[in-house]
Design a protein around this ligand. Structure first.
Ligand SMILES: Nc1ncnc2c1ncn2[C@@H]1O[C@H](COP(=O)(O)OP(=O)(O)OP(=O)(O)O)[C@@H](O)[C@H]1O
Ligand SMILES: [Mg+2]
Length: 653
């Protein structure tokens, strides 16, 4: 039978606190009761398995409880000083010991007493007198609970310590990085975060944990970060964004992962990368701006150069290394009478003769071999439907940046006019030389003819007259002249007639040298007289039309007109086989106009232009000296026309 505790029959062993300090491994049980027998009895029950502390009033019990933190407390209700319920409340109010299991011993078996004990925090309620076995069983039950709790506590402590260490490691890891990290609840309360996360949201709070994100960083409200966080949770997707903290001028690459509790945010500091990107962008846009500007300048320069190139008065062509046209300007196209498209890709070969092209090609090769820096040339060019033209060309070599590409620049000018002028000068020099020789020979011929005339005619006549006079002189010197008076008179008449002939011979010679009719009657009379004698001499009918009412040409104009007339008449006599000649001498405006037209075989075009025969050339020269113009041509249906126009003012020169 289980013994029941009886306080009166129990001897009381007195324990002090110092002697009852529990050793390790054993539970420590504090018994607080003013009934020493009962205390003694409990001690005897427990001492084998526990270390037992005893206290005999409430205050001591509280003091021991605080000092030794027992594993179990057994408390009487009614005690002096501090009763059992008050002690219970004190212990439960003390954070250091509030978890200790407490068994209330009470003499009051009522339900109220039990409820009050439990309300005040008792773990168990035992009514006195109690059965020792029950007490021990309850104590052991609580002790088991305590042990389990302690083991659980130790395990929990261990786990908490481990968690704490892991958290510390994690925190150290998170704090050691520049990247931001934070976990948030669905309501955007910060659960954990590192320091970089504080910088990310630019908060003034040293710790954000347990606070609303919008409380610690009100500036985020309505912004892209909060929008991204909400989107992440709402759509349960990973959201990434680049976020700039404008206050700190830092950039973060954010990745928001939805979690069971809300979301986790990782923010990599990409400021350096962003700055590099920005610098790159700035450099790129600056470069683009510079390229645009340079392109514009280049285009302007190019336009200018093209305008200069196209409007240059000289023909400019750019040739490739094989002499083919790459580019030509307007003046050059005009020079060759071709459109640019017809020239590009072709050479100059088809525009000149074989010899000139071969020479040009040789010069190009010498330029390419850099034996000379440039060359000048003059070439004839053949243009369809035109006479031969001439161009001068200055050709130089240029390299386009690297040695591989070479071009020739040809600057050409039309020198046809100059060439023709040079040819004219050469021709007129040849003509002048020929004329000079002809004048010399004519002068010589005239001298010979004059000498012959003087010798043959005048000399004989004068000799005959001299003989007649000598006869008379000899006869007169005789003592008795043989000749009668009549014979002398006859001889003198003969001498006179001979002298008359000599005088007309002198006149004829003088007339040949200078037509006296010109002096006596002017050119109108001289032409009419010459025409009359011409008809008598040649049988060719001559019709003259001179306007004798007008002032006739005088001075050099008259001489030029008369000599041209004489040569024209002489040619008609020699070459025309004409039956009639019409001669006109009129005034036309400020000029005198002479026309001599025959009806003969007609002069050929070649002869009319020819410069080799001297008669026509003499006519031309006389007209040119008198600043007039001469025309010789065949006329229809047959015959030849010689026309000369001489300005009036030449008379006064
Ligand atoms: N009226 C004409 N009718 C036909 N042919 C003419 C006539 N006048 C000139 N000619 C031709 O023109 C040529 C040149 O004439 P030009 O007077 O220059 O020389 P030329 O009379 O032969 O010699 P030169 O006058 O020097 O004594 C002549 O040879 C002749 O063939
Ligand atoms: Mg002649």
């Amino acid at each position: 039978m289980a013994s029941q505790f009886n306080p009166r029959s129990t001897t009381i062993p007195r324990y002090t606190a110092s002697t009852l300090i529990p050793v390790e491994e054993k539970l420590c049980v504090l018994v607080v009761d003013d009934n020493t027998h009962l205390v003694e009895f409990i001690v005897s029950l427990l001492k084998e398995s526990c270390k037992v502390l005893t206290a005999f009033d409430g205050l001591s019990g509280l003091s021991f409880a605080r000092e030794y933190s027992p594993d179990l407390i057994i408390v009487d209700v009614i005690m002096p000083g501090l009763d059992g319920f008050e002690l219970l409340r004190e212990i439960r109010a003390d954070a250091a010991i509030h978890t200790v299991p407490i068994i209330i011993l009470s003499g009051d078996a009522s339900e109220d007493a039990r409820l009050e004990a439990l309300r005040n925090g008792a773990d168990d309620f035992l009514i006195k007198p109690f059965k020792p076995k029950e007490l021990i069983a309850r104590i052991h039950s609580h002790v088991r609970m305590v042990r389990l709790r302690r083991a659980a506590f130790e395990r929990e402590s261990e786990l908490l310590r481990t968690i704490g260490e892991v958290q510390q490691d994690l925190q150290a890891l998170l704090e050691g990085t520049n990247d931001a990290f934070m976990t948030l609840s669905h309501e955007l309360y910060v659960i954990t975060h590192n320091q970089a996360a504080g910088q990310l949201v630019n908060t003034l709070y040293p710790s954000m944990s347990g606070r609303s994100l919008l409380e610690v960083a009100p500036g985020l409200a309505g912004g892209e970060l909060v929008t991204a966080l909400l989107q992440c949770m709402k759509q349960n997707v990973v959201v990434t964004l680049e976020y700039q903290n404008t206050t700190l001028s830092r950039w973060y690459g954010l990745r928001c992962y939805p979690t069971r509790h809300g979301l986790t945010v990782f923010g990599a500091d990409i400021t350096e990368q962003k700055l590099a990107e920005l610098a790159l962008l700035t450099a790129h846009s600056e470069l683009e701006a510079r390229v645009t500007q340079r392109t514009l300048e280049l285009r302007q320069v190019n336009d200018l150069l093209t305008a200069v190139f196209d409007n240059a008065p000289s023909g400019i062509a750019i040739l490739d290394s094989r002499g083919r046209f790459i580019q030509t300007n307007t003046a050059y196209c005009r020079l060759l009478g071709k459109a640019k498209e017809d020239l590009i890709g072709h050479t100059f070969k088809r525009f000149t003769d074989v010899e000139s092209w071969a020479c040009f090609e040789r010069s190009l090769q010498q330029l390419a071999d850099e034996k000379q820096p440039a060359f000048d040339t003059e070439m004839p060019i053949r243009l369809t439907g035109r006479k031969e033209n001439w161009v001068s060309a200055f050709v130089s070599l240029i390299h386009n940046g690297n040695d591989a590409e070479m071009y020739f620049v040809k600057i050409a000018q039309d020198i046809t006019a100059r060439k023709r002028a040079e040819e004219k000068i050469a021709t007129s020099q040849r003509e002048l030389r020929a004329l000079y020789h002809r004048l010399e020979s004519v002068r010589e011929e005239e001298r010979v003819s004059l000498a012959r005339e003087v010798h043959d005619q005048l000399g004989q006549l004068l000799s005959a007259a001299k003989i007649d006079i000598k006869l008379l002189e000899d006869d007169a010197q005789r003592c008795t002249p043989k000749l009668s008076r009549n014979e002398v008179a006859s001889e003198l008449r003969s001498a006179r007639l001979t002298l008359d002939k000599a005088i007309s011979s002198v006149r004829a010679i003088a007339t040949e040298l200078r037509p006296p009719e010109l002096e006596d009657h002017g050119i109108y009379g001289a032409i009419e007289l010459y025409a009359k004698q011409f008809t008598e001499r040649t049988g060719i009918e001559t019709y003259t039309f001179v306007n004798s009412n007008e002032a006739q040409p005088r001075g050099p104009a008259a001489i030029a007109l008369f000599r041209i007339f004489q040569e024209a008449m002489s040619n008609i006599q020699k070459h025309s086989i004409a039956g009639a000649v019409h001669v006109y001498l009129l005034r036309r405006g400020n000029s005198h106009l002479l026309r001599v037209a025959d009806d003969g075989i007609g002069i050929t075009a070649e002869r009319a232009l020819g410069t080799t025969s001297l008669g026509l050339r003499g006519m031309r020269e006389r007209a040119a000296i008198a600043r007039g113009k001469l025309l010789i041509r065949k006329i229809r249906p047959h015959g030849t026309l010689v026309a000369v126009r001489i300005p009036i003012h030449i008379e006064n020169d």
